[in-house]
Ligand binder design. Sequence first.
Ligand code: PLP
Length: 379
Amino acid sequence: MGFATDAIHVGQEPDPTTGAVVAPIYQTSTYVQEELGKHKGYEYARASNPTRSALERNLARLEGGRHALAFASGMAAINAVITLLQSGDHVICSHAVYGGVYRLFTKVLSHFGLEFSFIDTTCVENVEKAIKKNTRLLYIETPTNPTLAISDLGEMSQLARARRVPLVVDNTFMSPYLQRPLEFGADMVVHSTTKFLNGHSDSIGGAVILTRQEDYDRLYFIQKSAGAILGPFDCWLVLRGVKTLAVRMEQHCQNGQAIAGFLEPHPKVKRVFYPGLKSHPQHELGTKQMKGFGAMLSFELGSRESAERLLRQVKLCSLGESLGGVETLISHPATMTHSSVPPEERLKIGITDGLVRLSVGIEDVEDLIADLDRALSHV
Ligand SMILES: Cc1ncc(COP(=O)(O)O)c(C=O)c1O
């Protein structure tokens, strides 16, 4: 079946007891057992819940994996993946990851004897050089948040295979509609379902999609033991959001391209970071591994003062953290999403005080352009 058909039907077969076309919300903490050891496959809702199982089956199919596990947030999903490791292990991570990932790795997980190297993963040689005897995980975000740098999924997977180090890809920015890292050979995909998968800015959640049974068994054990599960109502919201993922992403891409095209020649804009522009350094690679260029873009205004002026003037574009919803959000990475990255590190990865990030929604694009145009006239 095609992607849109799977998005609507997998895990969401009509309810066998009532025929309801929408998967029910099983808002329960436990399940009655007929006698000791005899139950219907569900014992306690931290371990399993039918609404969660429905979402997990759906996400596994959309990413082309065999299994999925849904977590309380994207960060909870990433944390669970890292707890597969042991004290003394080393992780190589894209240097321009989401600020929350940087914070988790450097300020929390490093206290447990894990070592992290932040590397420019757009160049596979850099990664090869950084691999050590104790490297146990390659963790990449592509495109990166907020500079939209692209790592080569095929090359990274080959290297990971050759060196027997699992490759984990954060696919939040693209969604499986635009990019499917497992098809290139990645071992696990992580998502903040908060973003495009849910798509309506009304739920926080995360997921890991896997290919190997043994990885699934180990991660399921962690999910059940640590308990950072996604609640049934949030699972239901993500299932509902995913049904329109294909049409939403098509519109997000069209609007993203149009706004990037408007901003690039604008006299107040110094540079635009959008993989769909020919000026993007990895545009060609993007066309090979992505079905579209998505809705995320950043642009440079030259100073914090200019960025602040723009952010004060926009009306339709809402100033806020997060991304991937139907409404356009605008943000200032240096003081918002990446404030936990030290200023000198931020500059190394291109997050200047004049950089502004847009998560382009699916409103009428003329209205978005008019809003930006008016706000830029105040810069
Ligand atoms: C690329 C990326 N990964 C992971 C996360 C974390 O997800 P959550 O906020 O659902 O914990 C975010 C949040 O912005 C993100 O942008």
